[in-house]
Design a protein around this ligand. Structure first.
Ligand code: FAD
Length: 382
């Protein structure tokens, strides 16, 4: 049976970053993935994700984002690929919008370059959008686009470069805890000093088998692309990434400029129907499409209000929208990375660093109290 220092289960962005950090520090590491790579059935595929430094509502992430920017830059240098494109990030809301006001306070407190605009100033900079006149607008100048597929590919490539092994198309069927952990797939058995479980939406299936029942739920997200009426009107040199927290019936909407498909702007509802990760295509998304068509008609006069492309992805939403980054409550050498709640991509380099530290039983670089399994002890059966 092959023996490793650490085995990481799940080769999405969080597991791949973890495996990269472990291999870079000379650990004999195996990365196991159930599907042949690359695949589009999890949460890390696609061309783009938003990144930003401001996290008004959860400031511990702002602290982590400072290092995440540096680590993304390191990955760019190592892989020779451009992963980050700066566009600025626009947030907007009324005077009582907690997200917008929290974002401004966070940007001020952390001295992150930004501008606060009133309606007229906003229209001069971004004439292609329409929002209420009494809104406050704020641009986090550090914001922009992460090239998601390129980032994932770079982690895999550099993991192999540092001596790591990837086995894809191999689902972990059984985890046998102990002083060393045994993993069983349909074709092989592996053993490791510790194991990291970064299985995305499948945490809802894998963790209960280890007696961990977390308040997390899986949602299917429609990734919608809309056609510009005038080609280039929303290109990255003119239009930023944006997030409106209270956009429609309390749901958030986010968007990215026309970048990945020529002439198409990506604008999505930050919510969707609850699904089983193995049967997500069955979900009824009519209400999501109707909500988004109305939103586009109202706020984007220069975009056709009918989506041209619809792709899908999954959020694994934790009850408090914080991640779970912790040791298993009973077995310290099993580490859990789960519940990335639709905002985990930008933080992946830091998440991977911290999960690698936990797997090696080293003191973590950050205060881990927001990420503990035990915070759910009143709601979860452990
Ligand atoms: C539409 C959409 C938009 C998003 N936008 C943003 C954004 O703008 N900014 C941001 O920061 N974040 C964003 N996110 C969130 C971010 O993409 C996710 O938090 C992140 O990709 C989660 O990665 P993961 O590694 O946990 O999950 P995954 O990518 O799903 O990886 C888990 C992997 O584990 C594998 N696996 C599962 N079970 C097993 C098993 N038993 N054996 C072997 N392998 C297994 C799966 O096949 C999968 O490949 C977005 C997510 C979506 C869906």
């Amino acid at each position: 049976m092959d023996m490793y220092d650490v085995i990481v289960v799940g080769a999405g962005i969080e597991g791949s970053s973890t495996a990269y950090h472990l291999a870079k520090h000379g650990r004999k590491t195996l990365l196991l993935e159930q599907f042949p790579l690359p695949h589009s059935r999890g949460s890390s595929h696609g061309q783009s994700r938003i990144t930003r430094k401001a996290y008004g509502e959860m400031e511990h992430f702002t602290v982590m984002m400072k290092e995440a920017y540096n680590l993304w830059e390191t990955l760019e240098k190592e892989s020779g690929r451009t992963i980050f494109k700066k566009t600025g990030m626009l947030t907007m809301g009324s005077a009582d919008d907690k997200f917008t006001m929290g974002t401004i306070r966070c940007l001020q407190r952390h001295a992150i370059p930004h501008t606060v605009l009133d309606y007229n100033q906003m229209k001069k900079t971004y004439p292609m959008v329409e929002f209420p006149r009494d809104f406050t607008f704020v641009v986090d100048k550090s914001g922009g686009i992460l090239m998601a597929d390129k980032a994932l590919m770079s982690f895999h490539e550099m993991f192999r470069y540092y001596g790591g092994t990837i086995r894809d198309g191999e689902e972990v069927l059984e985890i046998v805890p102990g002083e060393t952990v045994e993993l069983r797939t349909a074709t092989s058995r592996y053993r490791a000093g510790s194991v990291v479980l970064t299985v995305g939406a499948w945490a809802t299936k894998v963790l209960p088998k280890l007696q961990v029942h977390l308040p997390i739920r899986v949602m299917r997200i429609n990734v919608l692309y809309w056609k510009e009426k005038v080609r280039g009107r929303y290109s990255p040199d003119k239009f930023p990434v944006f997030l409106q927290e209270n956009a429609s019936n309390g749901y958030a909407v986010y968007g990215l400029p026309s970048e990945e498909y020529p002439g198409l702007v990506k604008i999505c509802l930050h919510w969707g129907p609850e699904v089983d990760p193995d049967t997500r295509d069955k979900a009824d998304d009519t209400w999501v499409l109707n909500t988004m068509k109305k939103y586009i008609s109202k706020h984007f006069p220069d975009i056709e209000p009918e989506p041209v492309i619809s792709e899908t992805c999954m959020y694994t939403w934790s009850k408090d929208e914080n991640f779970i980054l912790d040791h298993h409550p009973a077995w310290r050498n099993i580490v859990i990375g789960a519940g990335f709640s639709g905002h985990g991509f930008k933080l992946a380099p830091v998440v991977g660093k911290v999960l690698a530290e936990l797997a090696l039983n080293k003191p973590p670089s950050y205060d881990m109290s927001p990420f503990k399994v035990q915070r759910f002890r009143h709601n979860a059966k452990l």
